[in-house]
Design a protein around this ligand. Structure first.
Ligand code: SAH
Ligand code: SF4
Ligand code: F3S
Length: 376
């Protein structure tokens, strides 16, 4: 019996797919890279932008033929997309050949759901409003010499454009002891060169459970573990990036000198409308501090263009910030309306042509900066 997993979205989802893989292996399935050979196919979806959802819908729809040929094929759809009730319902109605649909908070129950489907043959649609931590889920690590380690789940920030807080629930930090034990096990295998800590906003680690200590304390405790490894983490929210964190990063050789620090916009007006809780000048101060202590730090960022109300001047402010920081990499996204978010209802939505123009401008700017840096 073979399984095949299709993963969309962020590293968090990549790691979650590793947990799905382990659940399936424990049930006696073996991985196949060929979708046509699979007895069970799992789609682990992402809802961050409309494009991600459309792609998943298209690819799931394409399975109709395979299901027709193999009536016993099981098709499972999980992840952020199906944590939205209306999307679950649409999926259920549009794709009668999908067997199990579940949200992000039901993953721990996957084995039971598969067994129930096999026994009763009835289609399953599962949804829970919120969820708990599930330490019993372990990962079948599949990302080469990098091992992902979740330190927290969910997000409390409610940036006005973003769906994540709605589909991942509130912030929940894992117990420090559980994180340290997982990392010690990873190091003991000697199979991994890097460990990447994951969370939507790693800097707020422990805010929901202060007895675990802060993120910078966690980093220091991990660095104190004996062994030859590099440590990195994502994602950092500028509003919570502390001086302590910069200190710990600069003092410990085990921590890679790289930071993904999404700025989203260089305009204070837009940052406010996005509910990001920092200004462009605060962001630049952090960059200055980081570079003072770590002159060669590799900085990357995420930027959204075409957020409602973004004028040419606002976009220019973003370009100016990009020129000042001279990033080592930029992920530029066109704003995509997400159902249920605050920005969905905002006036002055920007047309697609302007969004395309701005995103292309940023990509060219990134190339120019790269070329300049290579000359030096
Ligand atoms: N937690 C991380 C980001 C998670 S989503 C953080 O706060 O930085 C990854 C990126 O997707 C975001 O940084 C943002 O740039 C982009 N993004 C999120 N929602 C979006 C939307 N509605 N439209 C376009 N891009 C979006
Ligand atoms: Fe989304 Fe903002 Fe949370 Fe990041 S911090 S996941 S962008 S709400
Ligand atoms: Fe997408 Fe969910 Fe990650 S919406 S970006 S897979 S947390």
């Amino acid at each position: 019996m073979y399984y095949h997993i299709v993963t969309y979205g962020c590293q968090m989802n990549v790691h979650e797919s590793e947990k799905i893989a382990q659940i399936l292996e424990d049930m006696g399935y073996t991985e196949t890279k060929q979708r046509e050979n699979a007895d069970i196919i799992v789609f682990n979806t992402c809802a961050i932008r409309e494009g991600a959802e459309d792609r998943a819908f298209g690819n799931i729809g394409a399975l109709k033929q395979q299901k027709r040929k193999n009536k016993n094929l099981l098709i499972v759809v999980c992840g952020c997309m199906t944590q939205q009730k209306d999307v679950q319902e649409k999926m259920y109605k549009t794709f009668p050949f999908v067997d199990i649909i579940l949200g992000t908070h039901n993953l721990y129950n996957l084995k039971t759901l598969i067994n129930r489907k096999i026994k009763d043959r009835k289609r399953i649609c599962e949804y829970e409003e919120s969820g708990d931590l599930h330490e019993e889920l372990v990962a079948k690590r599949t990302s080469g010499d990098n091992a992902w380690v979740n330190i927290m789940y969910g997000c409390n920030n409610f940036c006005t454009y973003c769906i994540v807080p709605y589909v991942r629930g509130r912030e929940k930090s894992r117990k420090k002891i559980d994180i340290l034990n997982e990392i010690k096990e990873i190091i003991a295998t000697k199979s991994y060169k890097t460990i990447t800590l994951l969370g939507q906003n790693v800097n707020s680690y422990g805010n929901d459970d202060t007895s675990q200590g802060s993120f910078s304390e966690l980093l220091q405790d991990i660095c104190n573990i004996d062994g030859d490894f590099k440590l990195t983490f994502m994602t950092s929210h500028p509003k919570d990036l502390s001086d302590d964190l910069i200190d710990v990063m600069s003092k410990n050789d085990k921590i890679s000198k790289e930071l993904h620090l999404p700025v989203q916009s260089g305009s204070d007006k837009i940052l406010k409308a996005m509910n990001r809780n920092y200004t462009a000048s605060h962001y630049l101060t952090i960059v200055k501090k980081l570079r003072e202590k770590m002159p060669n730090i590799r900085l990357t960022t995420d930027i959204i263009v075409g957020f409602p109300g973004e004028t040419e001047q606002d976009f220019e402010a973003t370009c100016n910030l990009v020129k000042e920081v001279k990033y080592d990499g930029i992920f530029a996204f066109m704003y995509s309306k997400r159902k249920g978010t605050v920005a969905e209802k905002m006036d002055n939505q920007i047309d697609d042509e302007t969004k395309h123009k701005r995103v292309n401008y940023l990509l060219n700017l990134e190339k120019e900066i790269k070329a300049q840096k290579e000359k030096i």
